[in-house]
Design a protein around this ligand. Sequence first.
Ligand code: CA
Length: 736
Amino acid sequence: MLYLPIDGDEGQFVYQAQQVLDGKIPLKETLSYTPLFTYLEALFVKVFGYNVLSGRILTVTMNTLAVVFTYAIAKELYNKKVGLISAFIYALSPAALIYNTVGNYREVAFPLEALGILALVLALKNERPIYFALFGAIIGFATWVYRASAIFLLTVPFLLLYVNHFRIRDSIKKYAFVIVGAMVTFVPIFLYFAYNSSLEWVNLIWGFGGGKGSVTDYLSSQAVTGSAVSPVSILYERVIFLGEYLNFISRVAYVVTFQWVYVIIPSLIFLVLVLKGKIKERRHLLLSTSCLLAILFVVVLSRGEMLPPRGPWGTTPSAWIYETTFFMSFLFMIPIALTVAIDSNETEKHLRFADALILFWITSIVMVLLSFYRAHVFYFDHIASPLAIATAIALCTILDFQGRTSTFIKKKSLRRLSRLSLDIAGRNFLRLVLLALLIISSLNTAFMFASTSVGERAVTREMAAAIGGYIQRHTSVDDEIFTGNVIFAVYANRKNILDISSPWPLLHPLNPFPYDPYGVAASAEDVLEELEKGKARYVTLEDYTVSILNSHPILDHFISTHYTVETTIYDVPILKWMGTAQTGENLLSNGDFKSESYGWTLTNALYNNVTTAYSHSGNASLQVTRENIEHSVFSELISVEANTTYLVGGWIKYLCGNSSFKIAGEFLDENKSHMAYVADWNKWVYAGFPSNWTYVYNLITTSSSVSFVSVIIGVEAETKVLFDDITFSRVINWLK
Ligand SMILES: [Ca+2]
């Protein structure tokens, strides 16, 4: 917990907790769509400090409680033995270990859901109305921690109908208690936020109009459906979406099987055990065959051979020792599963209520998962508890069956394979295999975390502390920074620009919150305005910020012309605010093309020429057409000083086309040999392709061995651009 890397969203939640401590209200001035989680996190930040650990203490505490809840549920439903095994499997499972160490709202909502399920179990066992109400109350509360928890309020009527043998009146009565309980917690909280904020704003941020899983989900759905215009393109979008969806399903299957494979096999056996009572004797062959096929399917998926290569997505690659042990255990598990499936003495048509409840729990979570545009691996922790219980039941059933049939085997002589496997397995062997798998898998998880960059948990605590600490030492309390990952703002103890807690979704090309009554959903233009005031003293150029700048060329250009790289920490350039550059004399002899092409090398007259048809000043300008570096225009060599910042710029005008242009530089050493191209291709022009004369510039800082610079002018494919009044001059002062 202390040393594990930081998840991409983890900083956001700690940052929002501090905003609440500063007096901001969630669902109003804080873009938290998980308001009660934010309050809980604020409590932990208040007690344990403004850092990532406080959020983790919250989730680890909640997930430790989840172990107790899992035990209690399994014990109430089945017996103490199942309870203990379930709790054990849950506590050691890699998925639970990975995700409960992330300070994330989902890891707080899930233990609350488990507590709700416990109340439901007690309600159904004891027929006590107060427990039905308690179930509703807990879920109503959990819904404000994470809205997906509401699924249980929607699915529970089906469970009530089933366990009450479809007696409608009785089921409605019980559901009424659930709803009353839910209202007791849900309504006051809703009224509080609706009163403090506005209904529309609450609905947009928290409600299901704002995306099912998160803002990312919402953006993904917009990206899929937003751009289609013609029937053909709509069809095309749908096909892409279907492809994405299948990809998403396969990724879910992949991640699930990767980390849950030893739990899923016994869980499948559980399903078979539960369902076999409904299947007639002569269908045993079909049943056992499909069981085998399902197992093989899972094996193939878990190997990932059928699937295209994909990133770890927040999960860890498994070690060879884990896989080896796992596949060895198959040699025993498959025949045992078949044997259990074949031995069908049950004829009951109706599921036991305990089995039905586990199926209800698993199905509800699967329904939530399926409703998302993108699968978040975080949700596998939600399904950990019911899967662990299903596994424990299956194991106990297999062991009981084995004990029960030791004489049965002698009498009736089952298949040789079954007998052999049961003999080899021995009574405790299966338990030992499971224990070994759990321990290996847990150790594997821990070690892989320490050594592998895992999906979105790419920022280590050392990195956050080093970058945050550097910024803190070089700024004062009131200074702001601009970062795409606010964990650096947390560690620097500085506000992010405009107090933005979730920069990446907010500064996505599709603005998720066009309606913004409280001025908290800043746009790229708002950020630019703030940057122009010089409010952000530092910019961290880590992945999230780079992604934002790639989406917003105006921000990218502003930052590249007003900030310089002061230092690089853990490969992250730390940019310092410099202000607006003031320059000395123009070092180019013929920047305005007054003396035609003097001082320039026009590499191909067909594409580059000095024209008198247009000009920004004087009577001529440079016209550059087409593409390729060979066709670029080079200036004379300019003698420069090392480690010095120069400004290269000029006026441009697009005549046709919409490809990029450049006014860049080539670094050369003292022997006039090429070193590097700098300020190459100006991305920001994609925002405009101005047909009026427009001034553009870039800053170039020479390294220690640079002696000469050549200014390069060029355009990309099928584009014609005019250039005039080109300058290359030393920056002599910064105007802040
Ligand atoms: Ca001119």
